[in-house]
Design a protein around this ligand. Structure first.
Ligand SMILES: [Zn+2]
Length: 284
């Protein structure tokens, strides 16, 4: 069940899932309002007019209480996270902020007002003051930002982790080595809770983050094992049935994208190489 009304997760942290064109089994993206008094909207997610109306109404109810919307903030450039950005910025009269690499990806489609760099702090005054530190976490998308509240240690996690569905890391937007490093960086901040874009809050943050890292490393070992079965170069799709033998075949086209990201990392690590005929293992 997806709630129709915003939920309060913690003082100064409210969430409203909006229907978005996202990757199944997820169907919604959480929009967060952070702060009491001064507040920001994170994840201007949905492109659908009726969902944008819900977000506008939600913000206007806060403004009618005297709260002040400081900015609309994007975690990354994917359509299920940015689809409502232009409409919300215009209708709410608020500036749009995101990482420089996110802004680069959206040149010509979305106009941003400010780039947020790693380490920047958004200080929000109010009954429950928040200090949101931007944490650059590339790997799923080049400009991906998490936001870590230095007061409560809650972390907006965007698409780095999910409690519904899984995170796709592929080679067009993503980088497996960077993704693993970003997960470790998030874990080092010892967040009290992870607030993902898809699904419910994750209170066992450390277990989730180290679980994700372990899962990807296990998959990497399975990709390498599949590669080593045959010394001849082979296309990625030929490796997937073995490397993803624990997943249903209907997800193998997506799995092939993730497998390629693993292969690029294995090549960087000196364990695989890409030839005109496909991928092959190096060493033993
Ligand atoms: Zn994404």
């Amino acid at each position: 069940m997806t709630p129709d009304a915003p939920t309060t997760i913690a003082p100064g942290v409210e969430a409203l899932p909006l229907r978005t064109p996202t990757l199944p089994p997820a169907t919604h993206t959480n929009v967060y309002l952070l702060g009491t008094g001064d507040f920001v909207l994170v994840e201007p997610a949905s492109p659908y007019p009726e969902e944008i109306d819900r977000a506008v109404l939600w913000v206007e109810q806060r403004q009618q209480r005297g709260d002040r919307l400081r900015a609309i903030v994007a975690t990354h450039h994917h359509p299920d996270h940015i689809g409502g950005a232009t409409a919300l910025a215009q209708r709410l009269g608020a500036p749009l902020w995101g990482h420089a690499a996110t802004i680069d990806r959206l040149v010509g489609s979305v106009v941003f007002d400010r780039a947020i760099a790693d380490g920047a702090v958004i200080a929000l005054d109010g009954e429950v003051p928040l200090r949101l530190r931007a944490v650059h976490t590339p790997g799923h998308a080049p400009g991906h930002l998490c936001f870590y509240d230095e007061v409560s240690r809650a972390m907006i996690a965007g698409d780095m982790v999910a409690s519904v569905g899984s995170i796709l890391v592929e080679t067009i937007d993503g980088d497996m080595a960077q993704y693993l490093a970003s997960l470790a960086r998030m874990d080092a901040l010892e967040p009290s809770v992870l607030l993902p874009a898809h699904g419910a809050p994750i209170h066992a943050a450390h277990e989730k983050l180290i679980g994700y890292i372990a899962h990807r490393l296990l998959r990497e070992s399975k990709v390498l094992a599949a590669l080593r079965v045959d010394s001849r170069p082979r296309p990625v799709a030929a490796l997937v049935p073995q490397a993803y033998d624990d997943t249903p075949p209907h997800i193998w086209p997506l799995a092939a994208l993730a497998a390629e990201a693993h292969l690029v990392k294995l090549a960087h690590d000196g364990l695989a190489e890409h030839t005109p005929e496909g991928w092959r293992a190096l060493g033993s």
